[in-house]
Design a binder for this molecule. Structure first.
Ligand SMILES: [Zn+2]
Length: 285
């Protein structure tokens, strides 16, 4: 609602500007037309953007929001449009309107990774464009947004054929996930933030297990054989990249050694997580 009101204010400021080309928008006191000397008074407000940053520069959807910050030097408060622009398309995915950004005041906008159409913005490089009523664009910060983070935060290697998705297991089962070997105790984080839907101990198969329903997905992310019970409880909300436990060898990993058994279930159906894991791992590059 606030955004809609702000957008109207923005539109009004720009309409006023468009109707009287060359004059300053309503928020800025324009030079008196009767003044004897206007040669030193700019027709449009001077605006300099200072210390523009986007943080973190490696952001993850459902992780810490991207903080877009800057200062400005200008003769008076003015309307600004702050666009989050996707490099791949050179188009804004999200627009914020600051109806009266004041000079000398730190400006801060937080972006949650959603587009103006309430969709998850695609992974990739983004930059900030700051535009004032004069139409001139100033550059803001740059950052990269990713949909997921690789969950094993330390040295790791794929377990190999025995850990691949779909291979046979005793008792007629098939392997419904993908195994990654890592030293016991290696930190595990949520590949995708969301809501914890299970956190308990299964002595037969999974050992200590955490399942997170991925934010803005129809997927569950399974992390199993954790070293000890996760501090997370059902219903907890977790951000992408938040610690959920450590690599262990509980459940039926006792005889295999420390590794993460990772599953993705899409609408309840296990899918092969290997291609995505490889992509997320490469993003860490
Ligand atoms: Zn496994």
């Amino acid at each position: 609602m606030l955004a809609a009101v702000a957008a109207l204010t923005w539109a009004a400021a720009f309409t006023a500007s468009a109707l009287a080309p060359g004059t300053a928008p309503a928020q800025v006191s324009a030079p008196d037309a009767a003044a004897p000397d206007t040669s030193t008074a700019p027709a449009l407000p001077e605006l300099t953007v200072l210390d523009a940053r986007a943080s973190p520069q490696r952001a993850f959807f459902a992780g810490r929001p991207v903080a877009i910050t800057f200062g400005l030097r200008a003769p008076a408060p003015l309307a600004l449009q702050v666009d989050v622009v996707r490099d791949a398309t050179n188009r804004p995915v999200r627009r914020f309107v600051l109806p009266a950004a004041a000079p000398g005041v730190a400006q801060r906008v937080e972006w949650d990774g959603l587009t103006g159409g309430d969709k998850v913005a695609p992974s990739g490089a983004y930059r900030i464009r700051i535009r004032a009523a004069d139409g001139r664009v100033r550059r803001g910060g740059r950052f990269v947004l990713r949909s997921h983070i690789y969950p094993v935060r330390g040295r790791h290697v794929d377990r190999g054929p025995a850990g691949a998705f779909g291979v046979g297991r005793n008792g007629g089962r098939t392997h419904q996930g993908f195994d990654v070997n890592a030293a016991c105790g290696t930190t595990l984080v949520a590949a995708r933030g969301g809501r914890v839907v299970r956190s308990d101990h299964d002595p037969v198969l999974y050992g200590h297990v955490v399942i997170i329903r991925g934010e803005r997905t129809t997927r569950d992310y399974w992390y199993s054989h954790l070293q000890r019970r996760s501090p997370l409880r059902v219903g907890d909300r977790v951000r992408t990249g938040a610690r959920i436990g450590a690599v262990g060898a509980t459940g039926n990993a006792r005889t295999v050694g420390c590794h993460l058994h990772f599953e993705i279930r899409s609408r309840g159906v296990p899918i092969d997580p290997a291609p995505e894991l490889r992509a997320w791992d490469a993003w860490d590059g």
